[in-house]
Design a protein around this ligand. Structure first.
Ligand SMILES: Cc1cc2nc3c(=O)[nH]c(=O)nc-3n(C[C@H](O)[C@H](O)[C@H](O)COP(=O)(O)OP(=O)(O)OC[C@H]3O[C@@H](n4cnc5c(N)ncnc54)[C@H](O)[C@@H]3O)c2cc1C
Length: 586
């Protein structure tokens, strides 16, 4: 459709960016507005530039070029021939369009040819592009690799590689996973031997499931330290390897979805690698940073897929008739559509709140670096930065978890709304359903996201977040009434957290098995409570959002109560009778 625009047709993205995220503060810090080097007059001008770009070219390209090619990308898939990988032709055109619009270096500094955009805006771009074609996110979304180089590599490496990322000449890959090291990256075996004469390393080993492993610039996690002295994660470093004849793509995977994204097995045969940052900090610092950025990217991919699936289901339910009336007149179908829509808005709210905390933590850290420690503003800014850092730490894994699980349920319902047609390749929901499935697996599975978040939830990370909302005046009797209902949910969360923290083993150590068993339910309670407050805040801005908040809170209350009862039941049968319950022991 010639006039379609995935920014202009999406009120909720615009709502989040204009009412919920403090884009002015982000813009001011990002461009250092007021400093002699700043090219802008004001933060408002920066924000206007950001939003203009989302509208055109991003909203236009996503709707008018990328989305119409998605079915062909999926059908053609990637090609492999004797070590060479080729993208499907329509995917190649997509990358070309993005590069020509100068969008391949969105977050990189302007001195390398980038746009210097914050994570929040990159997230919005990723959401729209993924709505057009989820698999394209895996090429567009690889900008975190260039950003890692920008943050942690030497100036020499930055100057050599970053301009190529911005023009689209280079693409990258995040090369971590091995056959025996998936969720547990501390088990990585690829070796990096130090060559003293040349002051660099040579890498040998096999990596698998590597998105765009055929790219030119590979960031590889490898074991550089003596395992006797530095075992596990402490022995791992991050290296930049430029693709050459020592790097072989052995095969690409045949996959359920995201067919436009090549997933490669790579063999490194004594390949030259340049150290990024410090030895031994590859996993704990640089990969951790890279994966957090990628998690936000996957959240945006998940929300984009959900949005596309909802649009298909909504239109289909309006037009298809059974029993003499459109499908969307049946209460059971209405219930599905309303739940899908609210789940998407909850996902989006969580994702942009997370992106904002990530940006603010990063930008305040940069500002602190520029500031003299004796400056009277220093202590306040540092306290603010620390608050954002704490929030980002717990929200990032949970945003990835929540948005991906919701994307799977939204696309499942979208297929259901289509009935038999939803199972057929002629209908987009069939592809969207397959594409959504990966989002809860890569960049750390849902279980791993929960595992990352739960210690922070148990330590009360949500208390600080909820405090911000709990005493606000929401402006109307109805909204303030909902706030009271939320106080009850918050008490349930506190009770569940206290209960799990109190579970002790015979030797008085904490019962971490019970904590891990109930971790998902506790995280769900925390998310339900937090998102209810966020919706309440949204409700101040429009009647429709007030209705959405009321519905979310209405549904949230019994969910939280159910989870509270489960968590506080003390039921350990899964742990104690695992073999019996799974049928291994009769
Ligand atoms: C299409 C695709 C693209 C990918 N792209 C990349 C890439 O670009 N770069 C890269 O390095 N990797 C990539 N991966 C790898 C991906 O990140 C891993 O597949 C993922 O982290 C899970 O690891 P695994 O497959 O080894 O599963 P496993 O680690 O074997 O996990 C299997 C199951 O056990 C659960 N589990 C494991 N440990 C725990 C635990 N401690 N607590 C609770 N449950 C646990 C998991 O949640 C999962 O349900 C990609 C994978 C796919 C499928």
């Amino acid at each position: 459709m010639p006039d379609e625009n995935f920014y202009l047709d999406n009120d909720d993205i615009r709502f989040n960016l204009t009412h919920m995220v403090d884009l002015e503060s982000i813009a001011e810090l990002k461009e250092d507005v007021g400093s002699p080097d700043c090219a802008y007059e004001s933060a408002d001008e920066v924000v206007e530039t950001y939003l203009d770009l989302l509208e055109d070219p991003i909203g236009v390209l996503a709707a008018q070029r990328i989305a119409p090619r998605a079915a062909d990308v999926d059908k053609e898939g990637c090609h492999y021939d004797n070590g060479t990988v080729t993208l499907p032709e329509p995917a190649r055109l997509n990358v070309q369009d993005l590069a020509e619009a100068d969008l391949m270096g969105m977050t990189l500094p302007t001195r390398y040819g980038g746009l210097n955009f914050p994570a929040t805006l990159y997230t919005a771009a990723t959401e729209m592009i993924s709505r057009g074609d989820a698999s394209l996110m895996n090429l567009f979304g690889l900008q975190g690799i260039a950003e890692t180089i920008n943050l942690f590599a030497s100036d020499e490496l930055k100057d050599k590689y970053l301009p190529g990322f911005c023009t689209g000449e280079h693409s990258g890959a995040m090369v971590l996973t091995e056959p025996d090291a998936g969720s547990d990256l501390t088990a990585v075996q690829t070796r990096a031997a130090y060559e003293e004469d040349h002051d660099h390393f040579h890498l040998t080993g096999t990596k698998r499931f590597i998105t765009n492993g055929c790219g030119e610039v590979l960031l590889v996690l490898a074991r550089s330290e003596d395992p006797e002295k530095y075992g596990g994660g402490r022995g791992l470093s991050l290296f930049l390897v430029e693709k050459d004849e020592t790097v072989t793509v052995r095969r690409i995977e045949e996959k359920l979805g995201i067919h436009g994204s090549p997933t490669c097995e790579i063999y490194f045969n004594n390949s030259e690698g340049y150290l990024i940052g410090q030895r031994g900090r590859g996993l704990t610092r640089y990969v951790n940073w890279l994966m957090n950025a990628a998690r936000l990217g996957v959240a945006a991919q998940a929300v984009g897929i959900s949005e596309a699936a909802f649009a298909e289901a909504r239109a289909y339910a309006q037009q298809r008739e059974q029993f003499g009336q459109p499908l969307d007149r049946f209460p059971a179908v209405q219930e599905m559509l309303v739940r899908m829509r609210i789940d998407i808005e909850a996902s989006r709210a969580l994702m942009y709140a997370t992106a904002e905390t990530v940006d603010m933590e990063m930008l305040l850290s940069e500002k602190l670096e520029r500031l003299d420690r004796k400056d009277p503003r220093y202590a306040d800014l540092r306290a603010r930065r620390d608050r954002f850092a704490k929030a980002a730490e717990v929200l990032t894994p949970l945003a990835k978890y929540y948005t991906s699980e919701k994307s799977i349920s939204v696309t499942t319902d979208a297929v259901q709304v289509h009935g038999g047609n939803g199972y057929m390749k002629e209908y987009a929901v069939e592809r969207l359903y397959r594409d959504a499935r990966i989002t809860s697996i890569y960049e750390g599975t849902s279980q791993i996201q929960i595992d990352r978040a739960i210690p922070r939830v148990m330590a009360g990370a949500f208390e600080a977040l909820l405090d911000e909302y709990a005493d606000r005046d929401y402006g109307t009797v109805a909204l303030n009434g909902l706030r009271e209902a939320l106080a009850e949910a918050r008490r349930s969360l506190q009770a569940a957290v206290a209960y799990v923290n109190d579970q002790k083993l015979a030797d008085d150590q904490r019962d971490t098995d019970y904590r891990n068993l109930t971790a998902r339910m506790v995280c769900d309670m925390a998310l339900d409570t937090y998102l209810s407050y966020v919706f309440l805040e949204q409700a101040r801005h429009s009647e429709r959002k007030a209705a959405v908040a009321a519905k979310f809170i209405q549904d949230m209350a019994p969910r939280v109560e159910m989870n509270r009862q489960y968590v506080m039941s003390g039921d350990r049968s899964v742990l104690q009778q695992f073999d019996l319950l799974t049928g291994a022991q009769s």
